[in-house]
Design a protein around this ligand. Sequence first.
Ligand SMILES: [Zn+2]
Length: 64
Amino acid sequence: MDKTYNEDKIEVVCCFCGKPLSYHDAMVINVQSNIKSEEVQQLFCHKEHFIEKLDKSVPLYIDN
Ligand SMILES: [Zn+2]
């Protein structure tokens, strides 16, 4: 592996607050415009911002 390439230093932008965060710490949201859409856009965010925006009635089955 190329030692000049350090994945830990890659930053992405939270789609809710617009602030940068580490690629490894970011929650990943895969978005399709509808169920038949073949295009997927990947968004990143702080996990706490995702949970904050999500209605409390929506169950989350992902690992914390
Ligand atoms: Zn955020």
